[in-house]
Design a protein around this ligand. Structure first.
Ligand SMILES: NC(=O)c1ccc[n+]([C@@H]2O[C@H](COP(=O)([O-])OP(=O)(O)OC[C@H]3O[C@@H](n4cnc5c(N)ncnc54)[C@H](OP(=O)(O)O)[C@@H]3O)[C@@H](O)[C@H]2O)c1
Length: 250
């Protein structure tokens, strides 16, 4: 029975994914609040310690959780909340689970085709905070993280891909102005399809060797050009590692 670790299992895409995975008889480990909180690196480290303790191989790690915060908020360690929950904490979790993923593990990060520039200094500057900008930058960071991870993780025989679910009905943007939420809802579909596609990417033997791809559904799509610069991907990785105080990892 394959083991799949999932963040964001209580959300729209996450719950649909868990349902699909369980229908396919996966052993699903749900990392969810209150026990597991991506806004605290200490909580991420505690969860990783727990998973490392029982030494089970992780066949897939699905990084689905994200938050949209209209105002500047801080994480437990004093960094901006969206940067922490959407990028830094999943970055830390993935690296801490390296040995569990080694030998065929698949890391799938749920992202969006965002071309917002990722400048960590700006994202941490309260005076320059803009919710849309920060959220978009974290989704671009998800893509840059994936492509850098795909290169680094080859040594451990680990794959990394990103997934765009399309517009899905969820509460992610609940703090947006009401008219905008109304329009988004009209354009969105139920999350079941996204859940089925994610489960397929996590479990299907046909996708076992795929790495460094950006999927929309089960189709490969072109990521925004701005996310493809390998120098910038590497720089983002190094700075992220400093911010989360990572030792080792991929
Ligand atoms: N919906 C769309 O149209 C769309 C489009 C493109 C990409 N995406 C991506 O799809 C993913 C899932 O989004 P969704 O639409 O399903 O959103 P959602 O329903 O709001 O789900 C968000 C999930 O993240 C979890 N989460 C938030 N903050 C957390 C924290 N501090 N610690 C642990 N978990 C936390 C939530 O847990 P709680 O239940 O505890 O709040 C929830 O499970 C996100 O990465 C999003 O960027 C969505």
């Amino acid at each position: 029975m394959p083991t799949v670790v999932v963040t964001g299992a209580t959300g729209a895409v996450g719950a649909a994914t868990v349902e699909s995975l369980e229908r396919r008889h996966a052993n699903v480990v749900k990392l969810s609040r209150p026990d597991f909180d991506l806004s605290s690196f200490a909580s991420v480290r505690a969860a990783a310690r727990e998973l490392n303790r029982d030494r089970t191989h992780i066949d897939a790690l699905l990084l689905i959780a994200a938050v949209y915060a209209p105002a500047y908020k801080k994480s437990a360690e004093g960094l901006e909340l969206m940067l922490t929950v959407n990028h830094l904490a999943p970055f830390l979790l993935t690296n801490l689970l390296r040995d569990r993923l080694e030998g065929g593990g698949r890391v799938i990060t749920v992202a969006a085709p965002s071309s917002t520039r990722v400048d960590l200094a700006r994202l941490m500057d309260r005076d320059r905070f803009s919710a849309f900008h920060t959220f978009g930058a974290t989704k671009a960071a998800n893509l840059m993280f994936t492509f850098e991870l795909a290169r680094r993780a080859k040594r451990w025989d680990v794959r990394a891909n990103a997934f765009h679910p399309g517009h899905v009905r969820s509460e992610l943007m609940r703090e947006q102005p009401r008219p905008l939420r109304f329009v988004t809802r009209l354009l969105s579909r139920d999350p079941e399809r996204a859940g089925q596609d994610l489960a397929e990417l996590a479990l299907s033997p046909a996708k076992a060797g795929t790495t460094g791809w950006f999927f929309k559904g089960l189709k490969r799509i072109d990521p925004p050009r701005s996310t493809l610069d390998e120098g910038q991907q590497a720089a983002l990785w190094r700075r992220s590692a400093e911010l989360v105080e990572l030792e080792g990892g991929f």
